[in-house]
Design a protein around this ligand. Sequence first.
Ligand SMILES: Nc1ncnc2c1ncn2[C@@H]1O[C@H](COP(=O)(O)OP(=O)(O)OP(=O)(O)O)[C@@H](O)[C@H]1O
Ligand SMILES: [Mg+2]
Length: 240
Amino acid sequence: MTDLLTLTNVHTHIGRYHILHGVDFAIPEHQTTMLLGRNGAGKTTTLRTIMGLWAASSGQITLAGQRIEAMATPDIARLGIGYVPESMAVFSDLTVKENLVLAARDGPLDDNRLEWIFGFFPALKRFWLSRAGGLSGGQKQMLSIARAIVEPRKLLLIDEPTKGLAPAIIGALIECFAEIKRSGVTILLVEQNFHVAQRIGDAVLVMDNGRIVHRGAMAALAEDTLLQERLLGLSLEAHQ
Ligand SMILES: Nc1ncnc2c1ncn2[C@@H]1O[C@H](COP(=O)(O)OP(=O)(O)OP(=O)(O)O)[C@@H](O)[C@H]1O
Ligand SMILES: [Mg+2]
């Protein structure tokens, strides 16, 4: 199995705060890897550091063999990384169509790709010419994900996509992530809901205090309730 993305001893400071304390992991190609951890563990900071939105103060980040930790964000994105940030990234005053046109860096929208996206997010077709600000929370999240995949990507970084959404919409997103993976994309996904995480993930990383404290198969962690409790403070009853 080839690794698409590798972080080696990555440290990140935000102002004078030392947030990431030597993050080490590798993301295998064509798999979905979950990044879990308590609030404030450093999950969002990790994704932002990969995208160059925070500069790594030391360490190495490699995408498909290329060092990227010193590159500017637009250049990193151009290598084929799509990013769905924690707070949905849509322009409320623009239509659904305009949001996608702006997200497409390489030219006009591709009709076949749009039909593929509409296949799992039919609401985007229905509201094609409507203002994004009028969409529901779930539909905005769908648009935010659609923006990240409007062109082919090697890797998708997705930060807490299901937060605050209704179960039916979460189900649609889970289907969508499975379909994106089937198309050959590698996914790194932050998720707080363990029951959702275990349905999506092949592999899992757990962070605490700016470090990776566990790495392994998602199925193995899903079976080990003691380990879940130790790593995540989860009591399964509380998360049913
Ligand atoms: N802009 C910032 N300025 C100062 N500290 C920050 C900033 N952003 C994040 N931090 C701090 O960095 C640490 C890690 O935050 P981060 O957002 O990466 O955590 P997280 O794992 O994504 O948490 P959550 O589950 O709440 O989204 C926290 O202690 C947070 O307070
Ligand atoms: Mg976060």
